[in-house]
Design a protein around this ligand. Structure first.
Ligand code: ADE
Length: 228
């Protein structure tokens, strides 16, 4: 799967891209990520400006239509698959696991990261992107939201996780509508907090029952909406 990320802050992605799971997926050829600096498509050759004041007045600056369209059109031509254009914005549809599963089936996503007060409306009218929000709060820009989208999507690509079962088992996925049950590792006792006896019993049937009961109780307590 190929991601093309269009951003004004390409450096934001460098640490994330070299992070272990993603770096491994890239190394193994399962995921390709290309970062494109929007400023390189500026029509202002001197200062590489890409934003301007809104017509009609108002606070902040808007990203201009021309560099964005030129950039996205050039990026689309970089591969035979045109790809689906997405825009990270607080005005978008809320990202959830169902969306993540759908996006992981795509061959290519071109992700536009918003900044400042937003884009000139014509960017949206011309590109008709899928607009995605990661929650009802406002970030300084769409870069973090884009990383969330990439991170959650690549988990679903076969082969990216060592064990195929692990993403199937994730909370909110098709294989599991429950929150995670509690897990423990050594030592068996720490500052008076003991590992539940049952997990040390070696009885796999009872352990499985205990885990599903714990997952169900936690879901009822915290996220009863998931059980509806
Ligand atoms: N850009 C700014 N805030 C955002 C959010 N909540 N989701 C996606 N993109 C954003």
């Amino acid at each position: 799967m190929r991601f093309d990320i269009v951003t004004l802050f390409p450096q934001i992605f460098s640490g994330y891209l070299s992070q272990s799971l993603l770096a491994k997926a890239i190394d193994r050829g399962l995921v390709e990520i290309h970062i494109h600096d929007l400023r390189e498509w500026s029509t202002d050759l001197k200062h590489h400006k890409i934003d301007d004041r809104p017509y009609g007045g108002g606070p902040g600056m808007l990203i201009c239509v021309e560099p964005v369209i030129n950039c996205v059109e050039a990026v689309q031509k970089m591969s035979d698959t045109p790809g689906v254009v997405m825009l990270t914005t607080p005005q978008g549809d809320r990202l959830d696991q169902r969306g993540v599963e759908q996006y992981s089936q795509l061959n290519r996503i071109i992700l536009l990261c918003g900044r400042y007060e937003g884009f000139d409306q014509r960017v949206i009218d011309i590109l008709d992107p899928v607009e995605i929000s990661i929650g009802d709060y406002v970030l300084n820009g769409g870069e973090v939201a884009s990383m969330v989208l990439v991170d959650s999507t690549i988990r679903m690509i076969p082969g990216v996780l060592g064990d195929e079962q692990s993403s199937w088992d994730d909370s909110f996925s098709r294989g599991n509508r429950l929150l995670e049950f509690p897990q423990y590792t050594r030592p068996p006792s720490f500052r008076g907090h003991d590992v539940p006896e049952i997990l040390l019993s070696g009885d796999h049937g009872k352990i499985a029952d205990w885990r599903s009961k714990q997952a169900m109780e936690k879901t009822k307590r915290r996220r009863s909406d998931l059980l509806e």
